[in-house]
Design a protein around this ligand. Sequence first.
Ligand SMILES: Nc1nc2c(ncn2[C@@H]2O[C@H](COP(=O)(O)OP(=O)(O)OP(=O)(O)O)[C@@H](O)[C@H]2O)c(=O)[nH]1
Ligand SMILES: [Mg+2]
Ligand SMILES: [Zn+2]
Length: 351
Amino acid sequence: MGPVLASLGFGPFFEAQLSPEERAALLPGRAVADRGRRLAVRFEDGERLVTIPGRLRAAGEVPVVGDFVLAPPGEEPPIARVLARRSRLSRGAAGRAEGEQVLAANVDLVFLVHGLDAGVKPRRLERELAAVYASGAEPVVLLAKVDLADDRAGALAEAEGAARGAAVHEVSGTTGEGVETIRALLAPGRTGVFVGPSGAGKSTLVNALLGAEVQPVTAVRARDARGRHGTTGRHLFALPGGGAVIDGPGIRELKLWGAGGIDEVFDDVAAIAAGCRFADCTHEEEPGCAVREAVEEGRLDPGRLESLKKLESEARSAELRRGGAAAQEEKRRWRTVSRDRRRINRGRGRE
Ligand SMILES: Nc1nc2c(ncn2[C@@H]2O[C@H](COP(=O)(O)OP(=O)(O)OP(=O)(O)O)[C@@H](O)[C@H]2O)c(=O)[nH]1
Ligand SMILES: [Mg+2]
Ligand SMILES: [Zn+2]
């Protein structure tokens, strides 16, 4: 294992997945940028483009930025295998498409960026936290553009109220405030990904970490009328002192892909709900509801309860779709198995 990949997080978890044959014939590398049908991969000796074979696409094993992959040496080789992920940040596919969209793989930290020119959005934060807790990574809330805040203390209090124990830092890519705090979290071998709406200041933070204007930064005002992003594709950058960050396009809303994570974000509500008369209380009409009582007495923010209900119902329908996706996958797998079996039987018949 070389120093470059080690600093990019290629450790024993991935190393152990390689068979002796793979070790002899293939090179490990980390996907750093999506190039359509190809992928830019950082190998120990440098960055190269690789192709994504149709076989992997058909099997639903499409690599994303942050994945560790194996490929033979040479010019634009096809990826042989995508290694099992340590974590993955997913959302329900955007727009009309259905299914899971993996935003980034093998990340340790997800930086939830809220630009203080727009203010903290507690409901957005709760949704984002649920997605991060489901990912296997750790959330860190960044209140960016602090130099533009009207009420810093108020914003911090509001964010901490919704963050439920997740770290909250005030930062600015422009003034440099808090950048060293972020850097300290990204020791060699660790990877962070920036998530947040367009214009929140993600790329400006990435540039501050890199100490160079690597990512183009667009003034929010100057963006075209459709309110499009500054950053388009996702990209993983190696930091000068080790560690890595992934920058990507702004995300308007992180649609949940499953219920995992919600309980951790709303542990305060769960603690209150333990006092409801009925164990399966929905906190709507039931008598003896401790949660409604807490709202009436001002101990629980009604917005927070609304948010919990909304996310739960969204997660339920995602789980249903996911069930559908799993069933489809099962069907597809069986078709392949029976085709292989037919082939084997035909082979036998000829003997
Ligand atoms: N005053 C101030 N402006 C900032 C700060 N960070 C970013 N900006 C400005 O905000 C605008 C958007 O910043 P970007 O870094 O491009 O935002 P982004 O989150 O990467 O946006 P997308 O790529 O569209 O998702 C730019 O004009 C930046 O110069 C900050 O800390 N303070
Ligand atoms: Mg950007
Ligand atoms: Zn209740």
